[in-house]
Ligand binder design. Sequence first.
Ligand SMILES: Cc1ncc(COP(=O)(O)O)c(C=O)c1O
Length: 368
Amino acid sequence: MKRNIKDKILKKLSLREEQNSLRSLKVNNDLIDFCSNDYLGFAKIPSVNKLAHHGATGSRLISGNSSQFEILEQKIAKLHHAEAGLIFNSGYDANIGLFSCIADKGDTIIYDQYIHASIRDGIRLSNARSFSFQHNDVSSLEKKLQRAEGHVLVAIESVYSMDGDEAPLKKIIELCEKFEASVILDEAHATGVVGKHGLGLAQTLGVESRIFARIHTFGKAMGSHGAIVLGSNEFRTYLINFARSFIYTTALSEHNLNTIECAYERLIDADEVINKLHHNIRLFQSLLSKKLKAKLIPSSSPIQCILVPGNENVRRVETELQNKRLDIRAILHPTVQQEAERIRICIHSFNTEEEIKTCVKCLEKLIP
Ligand SMILES: Cc1ncc(COP(=O)(O)O)c(C=O)c1O
């Protein structure tokens, strides 16, 4: 029997509506920013964004490559103490490309249950077996490692995008070394935020040489767009040959590369701004009452989440916060598990003390 695709689309959308989980796009507003990933305000600095523009004209393997790409990759790799780096058009592209080509039938990818959607999608496109382990739980990871076969890869994030907490990286590396598994670390929310010059968690802990590959994205604290995968020279060549999201897409433009370069130059002098960001995070936490602290997911990153179970409840709080001119977003099921719906506050270096106080006051009033 033939079926009409329009009916299917309408049915799926109305189901989302019934569950209060229909996503919709919002146009940028002039509310106080407590939701963007522009943690250091780099995206708003005009010199980063008003630079010469030359289109890429093709993929990196055809006409889109340039010495600017290669020099920038070497520069960023050196800064992050890696042998080599390959720039992708986004963090999503980097993860989907890397994970879909790194493991084959007979291999195993083990990932934290809260891993980002881009990694999950990459794993789904590979022919490897995959298991998740309990979030940040090293003994759960060990059980999965015992069942793993073939080449074994373990995917984790430095700072988890929906909870804001940090991976127990050293312990995970030690365990993986015991089982001869390779760690792949997504540093998206640690880039520009964690450690000296915001160079990430691996470098802060001095474990960069014990990690198979790291992903740094440029669309968050770097205020630009794109991502780099760091690893060995051989791995870079492997990605150029097998990562389909690298091969079959137009390269980034010169303008985009300039913004990435500027952001890295800025980062080297940004310790004061990074310190201000961490000061603001501590200020936010110190202002919370016991009631809200009990609902706060423990995190020392700019991502601060307060649990408000139920899509309807959390949406209501979001609307009321927006009415108070605070741009704070609700995270709904199915993005997070049912009963783990939350208000997700992103703290920035540029949020004023007054704004943070207003934000906390409103949260205290609106969250029961
Ligand atoms: C952990 C993580 N990895 C990758 C990505 C994707 O990065 P991009 O926005 O550059 O595609 C995100 C973005 O939300 C993320 O949070």
